[in-house]
Design a protein around this ligand. Sequence first.
Ligand SMILES: C[S@@+](CC[C@H](N)C(=O)[O-])C[C@H]1O[C@@H](n2cnc3c(N)ncnc32)[C@H](O)[C@@H]1O
Ligand code: SF4
Length: 336
Amino acid sequence: MNLTKDVLLTLNRIKAIACSRLRTDRAWNKPTNAIFEMSSRCILKCPLCNTGGLSDRFPHVRRGDMSFETFRAGLDKLLPELGQVLLYNWGEPFLNKDLFRCIEYAHRHDVRTQMSSNMMLYTEGNGLKLLDSGLTKLIVSADGLTQESYGRYRKGGDLSKVVAAVENMVRLKRERGTGFPLIEMQFIVFRHNEREMDAYRRSWLTKGVDAVNFIRMSYMSKEGRKVADDMELAPVHPDYQPHHPYGKMNRCSELYYHVSIDYNGDWYTCCFPSGDPAYRVGNIVRDDFWSVWNGTDYRYFRRLLRTRRTVCEHRETMCHDCVGIFPENAARRYWA
Ligand SMILES: C[S@@+](CC[C@H](N)C(=O)[O-])C[C@H]1O[C@@H](n2cnc3c(N)ncnc32)[C@H](O)[C@@H]1O
Ligand code: SF4
């Protein structure tokens, strides 16, 4: 990263910290990180996922793949202050044919890139393209050490393909003598896999991945909660008890640091409602950046979080429906 970019990122971060601490209506900084949804489609059917097992419960969510032109136009509006972009939200990034061009474009502009994948579409050719494009971090979703435990959540997934893909990626990195992308194995802790945690960590670290991360299961939605209960997914381990999206929070700073862009350029305040038109605030390609970032909606949302008004005066907002901030609302659309 060059010095000018470093200085810009630091100045922007200082402004973001000041605005979020003071809870200003207008943000004088630009977002420090963003989600760009490469694809809101998937080939697996994970039971709690709005794109997988629960996709028919979310028919209002539009689905597709982001074009390179949309990515470039959107990223340009956030540059040069943007430090990191996540190339996934609710779908499988490898489905997008322009994925590698997008990573390469972000890398060229000194933006760190991260993607999470189920690895079902991995090929050695894709692995080489990931290395060439400059991806910073690859999260691999695999929650189990045997096909039986893994397949209970990753419906339609094949663990032997994940293992072969990651081993191949580790080998390609070694052959190239590069540390990137960092490879992190991600394991959602469920009742049916919690006994495998130690063996899983040992096994993957021996294979040469950079990190193993155990995470708590999210119910994702009120429909997800019912499915999780029916499938008895909640683990016994006290440190990994399931949570509502975001858990219970005293404050949220997403409105100062983050934007979430759907595959078609539609702009949302955070990752959760992506694709649900009721919560859309603009379109990153068509709209002027500052007119949205400090427009009527955003100023209202920031005020809402400052005053913590539980009555929605302006219009339906994600913040108002967020069970993390307003548990008393027992949120209307998504949460139990
Ligand atoms: C919706 S997925 C999209 C990316 C990709 N398809 C994948 O699964 O890695 C985004 C992230 O959510 C995680 N995820 C899926 N279901 C989850 C759940 N019930 N609780 C917590 N995280 C979950 C996935 O493992 C992944 O890291
Ligand atoms: S692999 Fe990812 S996007 Fe696909 S259904 Fe599972 S969690 Fe959802």
